[in-house]
Design a protein around this ligand. Sequence first.
Ligand SMILES: [Cu+2]
Length: 397
Amino acid sequence: MQRRNLLRTVGAASALGTGATGALATQSGGGGGENGGGQECALPDCIHPTLGYSGLAGDSGDSLPNDLQPDHEVALETRTGGGAGSSNGDDNGGSGEGSSGGNGGAGGSGPDGNGAPQPPESAEELPEFVFEPTGLAVESGDVVRFTLASPDHTVTAYHPALGRQRRVPEGVPPFSSPVLGAETFWLYRFDEPGVYDVLCAPHEIFGMVGRIVVDGGEANFGEETYPAQRGPEFTAATVLDDDALDPENVAEAGAVSWNDLADESMAMQIEFAETAEEDSGGDGSGEDGSGGDGAVSVGDEQLEDGDLEITEHEFVAEGDVFEEVYVEGVVENTGDETYDSVEVQVTVYDADGNQLDQYIDITSDLDGGDSWQFEALILESSEDIAEYDIEVEGTQF
Ligand SMILES: [Cu+2]
């Protein structure tokens, strides 16, 4: 039963608690039968089929028991100054042992003289988040050591129990590392022939995904489909679709570097919001020209309901990396009676007048004479919105 497995997994993960180091394992692994291989996990020498084995800074490969010795290594890297297209920077030279190159935190772009990270201003300035190599061929039973050159990554299966489309062989449990810190590592044993697609949870959409091909296997994700589950999105999708990561090619090559992928596959697909407010002459990027902002007009307004009155409202789009869009304003209760519930409803339309969506913000107990600052969060991009309607409605019991 799917559900039971899920609960079991969750239980296992939280049992992890502060146990911190190394193997975590007491629970009788594999219980569900689904884990097939079901090796019992005896501390401390186990690579758990779901939890793997986390090694902390200071652990060295040499101190590991024999059956934990890795057969392969993959580095989890944050490459700054990269950006798709500049496929030069293989500064870590593949999966070097003991790569301590810690490239600074995610999101920093060029450490700038004094080393203060600057927020990226465009997709070109984002660091690249990569598994290196991105494609790796192994034999069943091989142990892969995932080594962190920078902090804040995970190695997570594409698995329905993790909210993703299944992209690991049938019977493989929903394995994932925890979020790992700098100079740690994580071990996993790949037991089933076939193709394993993995992702880094914080950086998946930036293309931080990898493919392990076991025994030259064909993908055997099974024909079962999970319509509600997410497949790879944005750069993750283009990376995994790249011809270089074709399982046969990976098997033949043994390892496929990030730099072997096509530039289009690595390209960032997130959009940078035009710096809203006033566009202070722009920073010379000259690619502006969309005339996008400020163009949102107000349609129908129902600014009053009983003693309630919307005294101001404004459409706002802001944010550098991820755009945040909302309508904010103020509702005043001009009467004496309390409103038990007050709701502001914002409806957004595209340039052709099609309704895109409707959003509300709501508050309770707005006393007479008081005012309430509302903010109705909008999920569309500001570029898609041409007009909004606004309405207030109060309830008194
Ligand atoms: Cu990552």
